[in-house]
Write a protein that binds this ligand. Structure first.
Ligand code: FMN
Ligand code: SF4
Length: 373
């Protein structure tokens, strides 16, 4: 095979006993493709097969719920019972057959859960609903559910598990001074607010043993009273010291994504790179950055400037699964780009509908639509 045009992007990386064949990873992208009830569907298998065939080294599958009460939607993958193992095994196998590593992200949506009685660290309203504050006992139960779900991910044959500490879901709700008003050992100072995440990591590691555990990390909520980088770095340090395999940095939550200044910010290429760079200065574990990294040249410069160790592509890979192959040949211009003016996939999934990209040709859209049940 000819030498890749972008040397840093195609340099392998050792990760906790695993070998990533290049620096391209798929960042988790929920598109409403699971069967209603959260089972693995033919469309989901088709989607991830295509992502794995792209040549990305690691595919991080979208968030899967650790308990029904923490599920983001009726089409969120479920990982809270052994009855889901069979489907999860199929998914892991199908990705690995294409020579990509497979990870599954596990989550509790907390105050954003799509359930009648959401729970959270404190009773802070989220849009038009107010969650119930968790008791100490319930906190322990949820931590155990993370551990059980992580063990299921291992049993299903995935190579890694990722804890979803981003997007303003439960793990980050504990870290945020906005959503955590507790006065016990889980609230107050930043040292207390990171306890929940560190305890979850510990329980997960105890359950899975020598199995890699990544962390999707909310570096900044992009809200004046939310988590800011200075505080979140305390958690980054704690995670690294407690054996996390990588940190995948991101910014924003459902409460900031739609603010006018954030809508403007997220149109820029590499809009979350500065967050990853700040984390990278603080920790020795590999750091992933995502966020409109639409060209291989941009990805290469991020790696060259040592702002991150791995590139995360979510919509960028979904729009054009040939991204990695075109990158290898330096064919940046032929990559099909996600339009900064479009927000269709996010809008559709928020309305509870499956997302199909308007950039695809008719035939591809028909295949995806045809598989949706
Ligand atoms: C429709 C949609 C669904 C997403 N689902 C997830 C998810 O399940 N877990 C997660 O950590 N991030 C999720 N993200 C965030 C992406 O992983 C990524 O950080 C973001 O889209 C920026 O990368 P991109 O510009 O390559 O898409 C989602 C983003 C979008 C637009
Ligand atoms: S072009 Fe629109 S629908 Fe397609 S990935 Fe980008 S934002 Fe999503």
């Amino acid at each position: 095979m000819a030498k890749p045009v972008y040397k840093n992007l195609f340099k392998p990386l050792k990760l906790n006993g695993l070998r990533l064949k290049n620096r391209i990873t798929m960042a988790p992208l929920y598109l409403g493709y699971a069967a209603s009830g959260g089972k693995i569907s033919p469309l989901l298998l088709h989607y991830y097969k295509e992502m794995a065939r792209s040549g990305a080294a690691l595919i991080v599958v979208e968030n899967a719920s650790i308990t029904p009460g923490g599920s983001g939607s009726s089409r969120t993958i479920r990982c809270d019972h052994n009855r889901y193992l069979n489907g999860l095994e199929k998914l892991a196998r199908s990705i690995k057959e294409e020579k990509s590593l497979a990870a599954l992200q596990i989550n509790h949506a907390g105050r954003f859960a799509h359930v009648p009685d959401p729970v959270a660290p404190s009773a802070v309203p989220a849009f038009d609903r107010t969650p119930r504050a968790l008791t100490k006992r319930e906190i322990t139960t949820i931590q155990k559910q993370y551990a059980k779900a992580a063990l299921r991910v291992k049993k299903a044959g995935f190579d890694l598990v990722e804890l979803h500490g981003g997007t303003g879901y439960l793990l980050s709700q504990f870290v945020s001074p906005r959503t955590n008003k507790r006065s016990d050992a889980y609230g107050g100072s930043i040292e207390n607010r990171i306890n929940f995440s560190l305890e979850v990591l510990k329980r997960v590691k105890d359950a899975v043993g020598n199995f890699p555990v990544g962390y999707r990390f909310l570096a900044d909520e992009w809200l004046p009273d939310g988590i800011r980088v200075k505080e979140s770095l305390v958690l980054a340090k704690g995670l690294a010291e407690n054996g996390v395999t990588y940190i995948s940095a991101m910014g924003g939550t459902y409460e900031s994504f739609f603010l006018p200044e954030i809508i403007k910010k997220v149109k820029r290429p590499g809009y979350m790179v500065s967050l990853a760079a700040a984390v990278k200065k603080m920790v020795k574990v590999p750091v992933i950055t995502a966020g409109r990294i639409s060209t291989p040249a941009k990805a290469e410069s991020i790696l060259k400037e040592n702002k991150a160790d791995l590139i995360g592509l979510a919509r960028m890979l979904w729009v054009d699964p040939e991204w990695p192959k075109k990158a290898r040949k330096g064919e940046d211009r032929s990559i099909l780009k996600c339009s900064p003016k479009c927000d269709a996939c996010m809008q559709l999934v928020m309305q509870g509908k499956p997302a199909f990209c308007p950039k695809w040709d008719k035939e591809k859209r028909a295949i995806y639509r045809g598989l949706f049940k």
